[in-house]
Design a protein around this ligand. Structure first.
Ligand SMILES: [Zn+2]
Length: 511
């Protein structure tokens, strides 16, 4: 008769979001004092929920970063067409993406390489047959509609792109996003690149070095690059996201870049809590629930507001981790496998905290599953789940079954071209062979909820409006949290550990 009190569970969840996205946390930028306050709050909450410390120093695991920040006023970008120089406006037309690899001055010829993808399994290459040695490659994120989503996703991870561009001799990259896909709008990409950019201080063994030049380009200004090439921006836009490769050809311009970079070091922390398993054999295996704690800090003001609180991105996910730990404590249940609760840093800087943790786990045994949340968007009642990785492993069947029990349908990702499976922290576990899911509240295509979701990306994603004033469905948040907690428990209690499906592309990472 008496089910859970969703209202009060929702309010408890919201109380954590309010703290983490509040003024005192200053937007939780990696390396900032605000982030450290947020980490202290999470450690306190983990402790109050009965979790044991499972970091290196108590609940904490330190991570060191190299920081590169664009000095925009002292940088410039010029197109050279014939003999004439045409200065471009940084932020309006393009913006540099600086790194430890950035060189101060570079001038080179430019080639349009379509999606810039190399997919050996499908004998697909946008780079083959082009002379790219010493040149700058211009590409669109995404890929042809007839390549399978997971493969498309994998080969456009930063690492794989760098590998294939470097192999082709490319010295610089110019990235554009497909404006037809809901994602960050251009102005937020351009101002986002002004924030300090980070790399792990410890070079990861097989990661390729970043390119000497990298930038993002406003897709509305594509014609600036196309003029004189015999191809037009509208021709490219028409083919974008359709079947087959885009045309690829040399452009009639050179790019001349002068890039000023401020460099420094930073230290930050992952927060790790442990609920020890009860089964003498299974307790050395770990089910990891994760969410990134960092956000964008204080940035370019929008409507007079410069605090990027990141309430949904991703205080919401961390609040869910805390609430699941509490639910476990209150139920008195002990899972057979151990559970870890992981709040990671550096997600917004390129999934760095999770990369560090997956490479240097602070727990001894194998991690057998990762269930990740990154802005799960409880903006309307929970009837659908949108799940990255649904069709890849036994975890997909687990969540389908749990959802069905409460009338919630689990759907695969709605926008394969946003390639979310590689764009949040679960991917660092996937690359270590660990089956993983990322879970969000879903909607039915064509419904008002789809509109609400799209409007959220347009108005609030990576903007100061992702704050604690926005309307949120607290009951949906509580029910989502309950389902995720049940999933963690189901996976922790199962006799068999999760497995990748026979036909999953991601099986290849299992060692
Ligand atoms: Zn984000």
């Amino acid at each position: 008769m008496s089910g859970p009190d969703w209202d009060s569970l929702g309010r408890a969840w919201w109380s954590h979001v309010r703290v983490l996205a509040g003024d005192n946390m200053q937007g939780r930028e990696t390396g900032s004092p605000g982030y450290q306050r947020a980490a202290a709050y999470v450690a306190e909450q983990f402790q109050a929920a009965g979790l044991e410390p499972a970091g290196v120093d108590g609940y904490r695991q330190s991570v060191d970063f190299r920081v590169s920040q664009l000095d925009e006023p002292n940088s410039s970008l010029t197109l050279i067409r014939g003999g004439t120089a045409q200065p471009l406006q940084l932020r309006d037309d393009a913006q540099f993406a600086v790194s430890t690899g950035t060189v101060p001055d570079l001038e080179a010829e430019v080639v349009f390489v379509g999606y810039g993808l190399d997919v050996p399994e499908h004998q697909y290459s946008d780079l083959a047959g082009l002379d790219l040695n010493g040149k700058i490659a211009v590409y669109f994120r995404g890929g042809p509609s007839d390549l399978p989503g997971p493969i498309k996703a994998h080969y456009q991870s930063v690492e794989e792109r760098l590998r294939s561009l470097r192999k082709a001799g490319v010295v610089g990259s110019v990235m554009m996003t497909n404006p037809k896909v809901p994602d960050l709008p251009w102005p937020r990409i351009a101002t986002g690149l002004l924030l300090p950019r980070m790399e792990l201080a410890e070079a990861m063994s097989d990661s390729p070095r970043p390119l000497p030049l990298a930038m993002a380009f406003n897709p509305d200004r594509l014609e600036l690059l196309m003029a004189g090439s015999g191809h037009s921006a509208s021709e490219i836009m028409q083919g974008l996201g359709g079947p087959g490769p885009l045309p690829r050809f040399p452009l009639a311009v050179k790019i001349r870049a002068h890039v000023a970079v401020r460099r420094s070091m930073a230290r930050c922390t992952n927060v790790v809590g442990l609920l020890p398993g009860s089964d003498p054999t299974l307790r050395t295996e770990y089910v990891a629930g994760s969410a990134h704690l960092d956000h964008l800090g204080i940035g370019e003001p929008v409507n007079g507001k410069s605090l990027y609180g990141g309430a949904m991105d991703n205080a919401s996910g961390v609040a869910t981790l805390i609430q699941i730990a509490r639910m476990m404590k209150e139920s008195g249940q002990r899972p057979r496998r151990s559970m870890i609760f992981l709040a990671v840093t550096g997600e917004e800087k390129g999934l760095l905290g999770s990369e560090y943790f997956a490479t240097h786990p602070s727990v001894a045994g194998p991690i057998v599953a990762n269930l990740n949340m990154d802005m799960f968007l409880p903006l309307y009642p929970l009837k659908y789940l949108e799940i990255q990785g649904l069709g890849e492993s036994s975890l997909g069947r687990d969540i389908r079954a749990l959802g069905a029990e409460v009338g919630v349908r689990a759907d695969a990702e709605y926008e394969p071209d946003r390639v979310l499976f590689i764009r949040s922290d679960q991917y660092n576990f996937v690359k270590k062979g660990v089956p993983a899911l990322m879970l969000s509240v879903g909607y039915q295509k064509g419904s008002p909820e789809e509109e609400t979701s799209k409007a959220w990306f347009r108005d609030r994603y990576h903007a100061p409006a992702d704050d604690v004033e926005q309307p949120v469905d607290l009951v949906a948040a509580a029910q989502f949290t309950d389902l995720l907690g049940k999933l963690m428990l189901k996976v922790a209690d199962a006799q068999q550990r999760p497995t990748w499906n026979e036909d999953s592309f991601f099986r290849r990472f299992v060692r």
